[in-house]
Design a protein around this ligand. Sequence first.
Ligand code: GTP
Ligand code: MG
Length: 315
Amino acid sequence: MDFQKIPPVQTDKGYLDIAFSAGRKRAESMRQKRFRDPVGRAKSIGIEKLKAAGGALSGNLQKLMEQFPSFSQMPAFYQELARNNLELDAVRKSLGALKWAKGKVNFFIDDALRKITSGRDMRAIEAHQKECYGRVSSVMRQVRENLKALDLARRTLRSFPTIKDMRTAVIIGFPNVGKTTLLARLSGSTPAIDSYPFTTKGLNVAYLGQGRRKIQLIDTPGTLNRGAKMNLIERQTQLVLKHYGKAIVYVFDPTGGYPIEDQKRLYEQLREEHGLIVYVSKTDIAPAEATREFVEQYSGIADLKTLRRMILSRV
Ligand SMILES: Nc1nc2c(ncn2[C@@H]2O[C@H](COP(=O)(O)OP(=O)(O)OP(=O)(O)O)[C@@H](O)[C@H]2O)c(=O)[nH]1
Ligand SMILES: [Mg+2]
């Protein structure tokens, strides 16, 4: 899913400005034309103006409704993410309100077009246009809060990671152990890597292999496994594990930036629910003994070629 493409949601006034400006432009171009009598002229201009304004408004409302994903059809990971982070009921209600508004706008425009067509004098034609704009503005005012709710939902949706529904392996481990470096080495991508903990703030996604063997690799922010104290991104990581955790690459850092005992404890916890592939990082600078312990006791893999093969065979 890619939520980055959802365009901004305007305010009620924003949508009206766009609509009225479309009406104005159309009316201006109509005024260049020649007409036989003034009333016929006013009618034609009025009709074209309302059609343009109504078309723009109703079209934008339709686009707005369509740009929101259908939650029940999203992959399970996103459904849970949406349930946890969005006011789904408010979003549904607001989308319903937009549908109502679009219907009302179309109705008032059609009604005014009929009245203008049978209008007898300039004053009446003018009055019908004004009345129509007034009614349409009132409809949009009534969905003001719904537009706000949808804008908020859009911001939240845009903060969701872009994860494809395909074979996936997840890289996990303590902060600063070398998870992102591993992702970069496996996939040839260039994510941000730094020498301080918690460098990775969101999920990094990259790909490994090609064609039908291609798999998705998700690099997660370093976790300290803090249970109830988890923040938003840690909870996202937990969700990724739940839904994409069939193959997990657990990164051990034998140089002990974080206590080895803690790293082992997290490993044991994850092992209860997931199949883990252990990667031992920083073997170029770690004491040989420490590396050996992980390679022997945890079936750790220290070379990338073997690791790549293991990942591809596991997912
Ligand atoms: N010498 C050496 N340094 C490494 C290796 N892997 C990672 N590092 C260094 O360790 C530091 C942390 O690497 P990252 O890949 O950002 O670690 P991370 O686990 O993604 O860290 P967070 O995102 O903060 O959890 C960086 O300075 C890396 O250059 C390695 O195999 N050898
Ligand atoms: Mg990282």
